[in-house]
Design a protein around this ligand. Sequence first.
Ligand SMILES: Cc1cc2nc3c(=O)[nH]c(=O)nc-3n(C[C@H](O)[C@H](O)[C@H](O)COP(=O)(O)OP(=O)(O)OC[C@H]3O[C@@H](n4cnc5c(N)ncnc54)[C@H](O)[C@@H]3O)c2cc1C
Ligand code: HEM
Ligand code: HEM
Length: 485
Amino acid sequence: MAKSSRVAGQGHGDTVQPARASGGMDRGTPPVPHRPTFVGSGLVSPWYRRVGPVTVMLLVVAYAALWLVARPAGVPTGTFWGQLLGAQSVLLLSMGLVLVSTLPWVERWFDGIDRAAIWHRRLAIIGMVLLVVHMMTATNPAGTALGKTLAQVGAIGLIALVVWSVLPRWRSLLPPKLHWLPDRAARLRAVALLRKLVGGYERWRGFHRLTGVFVAAGFVHGLLDATTFGSPVLRWSYVAIAGTGLAFYIYRELLARRFMALHDYQVDRVTRVGEGLVEISLRPLGRPLEYAPGQFAMVYLEARDGWHRHPFTMTSAPGEDAIRFTIKALGDWTGAIGDLVEPGMPAVVGGPHGRFTHGKGTGHQVWVAGGVGVTPFLSWLRSLDQHPVHAEVDLFYTSAEDPVPYTKEIQAIAARHNEVSVHIVRSAVDGRLSATRILEEVSARPRDLSVFLCGPEPLVAAISDGLRDGGVPAGRFHREYFDWR
Ligand SMILES: Cc1cc2nc3c(=O)[nH]c(=O)nc-3n(C[C@H](O)[C@H](O)[C@H](O)COP(=O)(O)OP(=O)(O)OC[C@H]3O[C@@H](n4cnc5c(N)ncnc54)[C@H](O)[C@@H]3O)c2cc1C
Ligand code: HEM
Ligand code: HEM
């Protein structure tokens, strides 16, 4: 049977149904059962990617147990628990500092730098909640003046910087019933002014780097004011934990840049590929970056106001002479990238990073790309000859643009690869892509599917929820985050 791809926006019912050619699967034939994870790309680490999260949980439990076992006599229960929470908070914040150290084994044990960033955020938020309870419950009638000052400096600094960190998400932190509050606030002039002041990522990151200093202040306060450190075990375990976190912080801020694998490139071409969408091609000047399809790099480009560092996914296939990125005008800097970047300009590329690989999937895969979220899938598709996918794949690519960028190229690749069927959804014409529609158009049973997603948060959340409700097992979702904060 001839295989074809479809542009769903040309009418839902009257397009050619994708079908597999020989060697593949016809629609309606029994689905391929779940097969074990394919470990061939070097990116798939079935067990040791869990080492990091499991270690975090074990350390939290072990540290609480140590405090309970080594509890010194004579410390009243209220302040004991208050100090225990303070110490747990220091443990969580210290682990958070280890997670952003950029060391390769962190990436390996947490399944990618992006997941490490997510754990960094989680630990920080839980650590701050514990810290607030600590501030309300810990007491020491003989507390020192210096200890108190350091406590206040540490607490104010950390709270302010963490609130700043979660500001972009504050709408999603509220229950839907209260969403009118941020929506109305967004219209106020004072809020617009505040957004201008604190909005940019680079300004946020500049201040965010100070967080370690405030952890250090809190740490010294603990040493000065604790009434529990009569127990040497508690005192020295505390020093070891905070000392490790702060050592990693110093490494990240002062030394990491010396050890980063950086590669010199030059801008080769800058091509407009769609509305607000630019493709940048970089040619190596020395040793080229080695990467796997779907990985991303930290790209340093020089603009009029200095160097800028942003993460972008390689869309090229490994082994091509140049590396290519497709960049969407989403913010302050990317909005101007088409005018700022010109052929001949220097570029530095750091990495590669990321663990987004189809090798993690089952024998039936659904790839969902929303807008510029197509970038990792472009690399997967362009490298199918060297990095074949061991599965039947349905790629759903939705975009507000018409024509949808890269459609012809993607369809040409799919025509050469029977295992891939393409469903292009032009959202302006055809409406939103939904989980129901995906399940209708895919032949496999939901429980045999694994799903790879990259795109805007609302799209990814809606499709994941819908597919999960439709029977896709929870552990089979893999997503690439374009926003870590
Ligand atoms: C792993 C990963 C892969 C990505 N791949 C692509 C891609 O292939 N194509 C593409 O168009 N976009 C990609 N992005 C998103 C891209 O990095 C941001 O859109 C871009 O950095 C925005 O910069 P800005 O100054 O224009 O926006 P701003 O308005 O300054 O920020 C908008 C948002 O972009 C993110 N961001 C901004 N600057 C940085 C930075 N220096 N480091 C980390 N995040 C930052 C933040 O989440 C911020 O909230 C990727 C992001 C990540 C994390
Ligand atoms: C990030 C780390 C920490 C921060 C930011 C912090 C912050 C604070 C703050 C703001 C207070 C209230 C101070 C006041 O009453 O004015 C406080 C009290 C206290 N904290 Fe911490 N704390 C931290 C860690 C710890 C640790 C690890 C311990 C001990 C194990 C500890 C022990 C105490 C004690 C004993 C008090 C009561 C002090 C008093 O009554 O004067 N703190 N802390
Ligand atoms: C919810 C709260 C937080 C969020 C969302 C958050 C998010 C992030 C992100 C996305 C990065 C990567 C920045 C980049 O490389 O572009 C980062 C880096 C970092 N974070 Fe946090 N963070 C939070 C809280 C904290 C806390 C409490 C600490 C202190 C323990 C901390 C310390 C750091 C440090 C030191 C870096 C490295 C900064 C640099 O040199 O670039 N963060 N954080």
